[in-house]
Design a protein around this ligand. Structure first.
Ligand code: AMP
Ligand code: GLY
Length: 438
């Protein structure tokens, strides 16, 4: 073997300390993917959770404490930081780490606006001809009501979608069935989402079609597609009841035909990344396209500038390529040189939630059957709201508790395995949907 190749081989095998920022099921799945890498030396998660603590060192720093995270990364020779959620990205964690020479995966604050401001995202799409619902942006509730009454924001019927501009943890979007409903939604937004989120209000044409999400790794120039995913947002079976952060997901290649996928890539993914470059957004990280497949072609419902939760749980159980290698390629702008491999077939994630969720959850119950469930082949159980009691038992500590995830030859096989694992787990008041993937 030539000397250069040997040196390159040794160099690429150098291990590093890794920090994951966040505390949910998504971060547990990200930590699990890093833990599989021979290049991961010490793995840290800030702040992590009781499940993550089994595979990583949990560090007691909140995900939005950017200065403390940067100090920790510098002091602990962190070679790679991976940000799970949108809040630190919107706060400029990437700008701060880059300023201090600390390698980090995620967009800077200017790119994070694609998620943190719906008005920015809509304007961006309009400027660059990226298909999305017709819209208007109003700077106060009063103006939004005037816009609503003049009705010139489009819309096929009397339905209107009312969106708070800022990050609102999934509570800032209301699909109103008529103008009266929309008016009530506008008036009520401030109290639901917090007043800062309603500095601007977006009114949007109601789109119909099939919803699907597509995530990509991006290195500023190139991108690599992940398997398409679909989530189930409502708490109840048959998509009933209030919205949640997501009650389950499936990843399945059949969610998009080759023609649909290439249409999305050509009309949405490439134009978005091209537009980022034109607006001086160096998008390095994960870009999530929430899409509606309408009769007029695919349209963007929303961008997220990071992995989704619980999409990630279903996606990463199928990742065969080393996540550290992917991150190194993102940082080096070399994604185009790399083939990212996924297991064939499908996967599904079923969220187990506490009684009361998505309202105030009941917590503190001992979770039974975790070991038995985890022993089932092809099952991965990702923790979100769990803690340990004094006896060492896992107990519930939040609304979303576990993401029971399984891979399989097709969606029904994956979900049959996931539901078999679910059947072993119990605590008082546990809720889940039996129709994920249906
Ligand atoms: P968003 O956070 O913008 O993705 O909105 C959350 C959910 O609201 C989406 O997943 C859709 O189910 C629904 N939604 C958002 N915008 C629209 C729209 N323009 N038409 C129909 N449904 C929408
Ligand atoms: N599951 C959608 C999100 O992570 O925002």
């Amino acid at each position: 073997m030539p000397v250069k190749a040997i040196i390159a081989g040794i160099f690429s095998r150098v291990s590093m300390n890794i920090l994951v920022v966040g505390s949910g099921g998504r971060e547990h799945a990200i930590c699990t993917a890093f833990r599989r890498s021979p290049k991961a030396e010490n793995l840290y998660c800030a702040p992590g959770n009781a499940g993550i603590a089994a595979i990583a060192n949990c560090v007691n720093i909140a995900a939005d404490n950017v200065p403390a995270l940067a100090d920790f990364a510098a002091a602990n020779a962190i070679g790679l930081t991976f940000v799970g959620g949108e809040t630190p990205l919107a706060l400029g964690i990437v700008d701060e780490f880059e300023r201090r020479g600390l390698p980090i995966i995620g967009p800077r604050a200017n790119g994070a606006q694609l998620e943190s401001s719906k008005a920015f995202a809509k304007g961006f799409m309009a400027r660059h001809g990226i298909p999305t619902a017709k819209f208007t942006v109003s700077h106060s509730a009063d103006f939004a009501i005037l816009e609503l009454e003049s009705g010139d924001f489009g819309g096929v019927d009397s339905s209107v979608v009312v969106k708070a501009d800022g990050l609102a943890a999934g509570k800032g979007v209301i699909v109103a069935k008529d103008r009266a409903d929309a008016k009530a939604a506008i008036t009520g937004l401030a109290s639901i989402a917090g007043s800062a989120a309603t500095d601007k209000i977006v009114l949007e044409e109601f789109l119909t079609g099939r919803e699907v999400s597509l995530l990509v790794f991006a290195d500023g120039e190139n991108f690599a597609l992940m398997p398409a995913v679909r989530d189930h947002k409502r708490i109840g079976e048959g998509d009933s009841g209030p919205n949640t952060g997501g009650m389950g997901t499936v990843s399945d290649d059949a969610l998009l035909s080759p023609a649909e996928l290439s249409d999305i890539v050509e009309r949405i993914v490439k134009p978005t990344l091209h537009a980022c470059r034109r607006e001086d957004i160096n998008f390095r990280g994960v870009l999530f396209f929430g899409l509606m497949l309408t009769a007029n072609g695919p349209m963007v419902l929303e961008y997220n500038v990071r992995f989704g939760d619980p999409e990630t749980q279903a996606i990463l159980v199928r990742l065969e390529t080393d996540l550290v290698d992917i991150c190194e390629a993102i940082l080096a702008g070399r994604l185009a040189d790399m083939e990212i491999k996924w297991t064939k077939g499908s996967s599904g994630c079923v969220i187990l939630a506490s009684e009361g969720y998505p309202g105030k959850p009941r917590t503190g119950d001992v979770i039974n059957g975790l070991q038995e469930a985890a022993a089932i082949p092809n099952v991965a159980i990702f923790h979100a709201g769990t803690a340990r009691d004094q006896a060492g038992n896992f107990i519930t500590s939040g609304g979303r508790v576990l993401g029971v995830t399984a891979a399989g030859a097709d969606v029904s096989a994956a979900l049959a395995t996931a539901y078999e694992a679910v059947s072993k787990i119990s605590w008082p008041g546990m809720q889940f949907r039996r129709d994920i993937g249906k």
